[in-house]
Design a protein around this ligand. Structure first.
Ligand SMILES: CC(C)(COP(=O)(O)OP(=O)(O)OC[C@H]1O[C@@H](n2cnc3c(N)ncnc32)[C@H](O)[C@@H]1OP(=O)(O)O)[C@@H](O)C(=O)NCCC(=O)NCCS
Length: 168
């Protein structure tokens, strides 16, 4: 499904250790706790997409479906793989999933201190619709950002466990 041909797969609870290691790799501080990652992997309203590389997980995105809204709980690309379009391609995959599920909106929260991620989302068309003061447990504020999904993009999906997306 990724526009550059890379494969995304859905993660399941067996990916917990790999995803938690990836969380530690990508977030110097304020990362998800292991049990939170486990909760996401087991949540039927959530979907975690992973891109694997030769040395393990290279990118991951966690989505939570809330009615007609898809919430991006987390997105991360391995530090040595950043600024190559991987994050953009994963967000496009999220938008394609929303189109397929006929969801109208993607929303997310991002720390007001995370200037790189804010620029990343802005460039993708996400707009700030509020400031959430003291949103994070460590006290930082967050911007609430959202994007309206206008149309369903075609998405190639294999309906079986494991890899589900492939390039057109
Ligand atoms: C945010 C993140 C997912 C972006 O992934 P990525 O693969 O590097 O993003 P892309 O290569 O698709 O970037 C697309 C554009 O977004 C903007 N952008 C991305 N990272 C940026 C940064 N650190 N600073 C400024 N702009 C940035 C740029 O405009 C970039 O285009 P360019 O490289 O041509 O200038 C990645 O930096 C990351 O994993 N960060 C740590 C985890 C995190 O903070 N996640 C978000 C909060 S949950």
């Amino acid at each position: 499904m990724r526009s550059d041909g890379a494969l995304l797969r859905t993660a399941d609870p067996d990916d917990l250790e790999a995803l938690y290691r990836f969380e530690i790799l990508c977030f110097q501080e304020h990362r998800f706790r292991r049990d939170h990652v486990d909760w996401i992997l087991r949540n039927r309203q959530a979907l975690t997409l992973v891109e694997d590389g030769p040395d393990g997980v290279e990118a991951a995105m966690m989505l939570l479906f809330e009615g007609v809204v898809c919430r991006v709980l987390s997105i991360a690309v391995a530090p040595d793989r950043r600024r190559r379009g991987t994050g953009t391609a994963m967000m496009h995959a999220a938008e394609a999933i929303c189109g397929e599920r006929r969801l109208s909106t993607i929303r997310l929260e991002v720390s007001t201190e995370n200037l790189g991620a804010i620029e990343f989302y802005r460039r993708l068309g996400y707009r700030t619709d509020g400031v959430l003061y003291g949103y994070y447990s460590w006290g930082e504020d967050a911007y609430s950002m959202r994007k309206t999904i206008l149309s369903a993009e075609p998405v190639a999906v294999r309906r079986r466990p494991g890899f589900i997306f492939r390039n057109k």
